[in-house]
Design a protein around this ligand. Structure first.
Ligand code: AMP
Ligand code: MG
Length: 355
């Protein structure tokens, strides 16, 4: 299949109206379109069309019991596909459009293929102007997982989508780099009005707790126990893991340097904070260094993480070392992605380590 690439100048979006109309027509006729959102690029198909859902799973190589999020142009559009509630509208008023996905009881208008056989469906109303226009012009809810091959990091630039999806889907819309760079926060809205955090993202637990009580699913921070039932099917799959082993080091830069030097590895890579770069370069001159961003700028780190992991995968590093993120605020999202990429391999280099 030939993939059409549409380049969009966000500063003059009105010039791209015909291109977006074309892409919306592809969605309406059952085809697949990758498009930018404020979180990561999505791989979209008609959320009411079971064939489109199957095509999405096939293009990604994704297990078909891992449900898709449906994207809507207006929070009220959820009425056609889900049973909403007061708490849903409180969340919508505060966080939509934006990087929040809410899991609700599904109506029959959403095919089983789209929701991976579950009785619930996840909805999100993205704030990215291209995503919003595409959904509105298609007149359909757009089912869209991240536009990467299953098992590789989510795409935060059109070049990542092209690397993974060219020749597998109809259209790729290039709208530049994604502003947030990590996937949306996902909460399940429980029958009693409480929230369960299934996936952390830019919208934090503290922000959500202003609307309703929040419980954090164990799998957000911990390894899912053998045989445990995942609240979110995606939690049970091996998520992105780099080709080279990723090890998270919890400690000050001096102990990190001592640890890495003691391992005496050739061809290792180190992901570090901006202010650590020069000292690590001097102390470990043979290592390949990737700079994640300033240590206190979690937004910058979030925006860069997946691009760095993709770049690292192009080299055959013996090991990749990275700092263990804090779990505070948006840090929890970064922590969740990195701990999964590292298959929970964390080395404690702190003095107060008792074992
Ligand atoms: P992605 O589409 O790649 O952003 O991943 C979407 C995530 O949302 C996956 O981890 C899914 O398992 C999760 N998800 C989608 N729909 C539901 C649902 N109805 N209930 C729980 N988790 C869901
Ligand atoms: Mg994904």
């Amino acid at each position: 299949m030939t993939t059409k690439i549409i380049n969009i100048d966000l500063a003059h979006l009105e010039n791209s109206e015909n291109d977006i109309k074309y892409a919306a027509e592809v969605i309406r006729s059952g085809g697949l379109v990758a498009f930018p959102t404020e979180t990561v690029y999505g791989l979209g198909g008609d959320g009411t069309n079971p064939h489109a859902a199957r095509a999405i799973y096939a293009a990604k190589g994704r297990p078909s019991d891992n449900p898709l999020i449906i994207h809507i142009a207006d929070p009220h559009d959820a009425e056609a596909y889900t049973y909403t509630s007061d708490v849903y509208y409180k969340l919508a008023e505060r966080f939509m459009p934006g990087p929040l996905t809410v899991v609700l009881k599904a109506k029959d208008s959403v095919p089983m293929e789209t929701r991976g056989g579950l009785s619930t469906v996840a909805v999100r109303c993205p704030s990215h102007p291209v995503a919003n226009r595409l959904i509105a012009l298609s007149g359909r809810p757009i089912a869209a997982p991240s536009a990467n091959l299953s098992g590789s990091p989510s795409p935060t630039a059109a070049s990542h989508v092209i690397d993974d999806m060219q020749g597998r889907i109809d259209v790729i819309i290039n709208g530049g780099d994604c502003e947030i760079g990590l996937e949306s926060t996902i909460v399940k809205l429980e029958d009693d009005g409480a929230l369960t955090l299934l996936r952390p993202g830019r919208i934090t637990v503290d922000e959500l707790a202003c609307i309703a009580p929040v419980a954090i699913a164990d799998a957000v921070t911990d390894r899912l126990a053998e045989g445990a039932v995942a609240l979110s099917p995606g939690m049970k799959y091996r998520h992105y893991a780099p080709e080279s082993p990723l090890v998270l080091l919890d400690g000050e830069v001096e102990s990190v340097i001592d640890y890495i030097n003691a391992e005496k590895l050739h061809n290792a890579a180190i992901i570090c904070y901006t202010e650590q770069e020069s000292i690590i370069k001097v102390a470990i001159p043979t290592a390949h260094i990737f700079v994640l961003g300033a240590s206190d700028d979690i937004s910058e780190q979030a925006k860069k993480l997946f691009a760095i992991l993709r770049e690292a995968d192009k080299h055959n590093f013996s090991k990749i070392y990275a700092p263990l993120p804090s779990r505070e605020g948006v840090g929890l999202a970064l922590y969740n992605r990195m701990i999964r990429a590292a298959a929970h391999t964390v080395i404690n280099l702190r003095q107060d380590n008792n074992g």
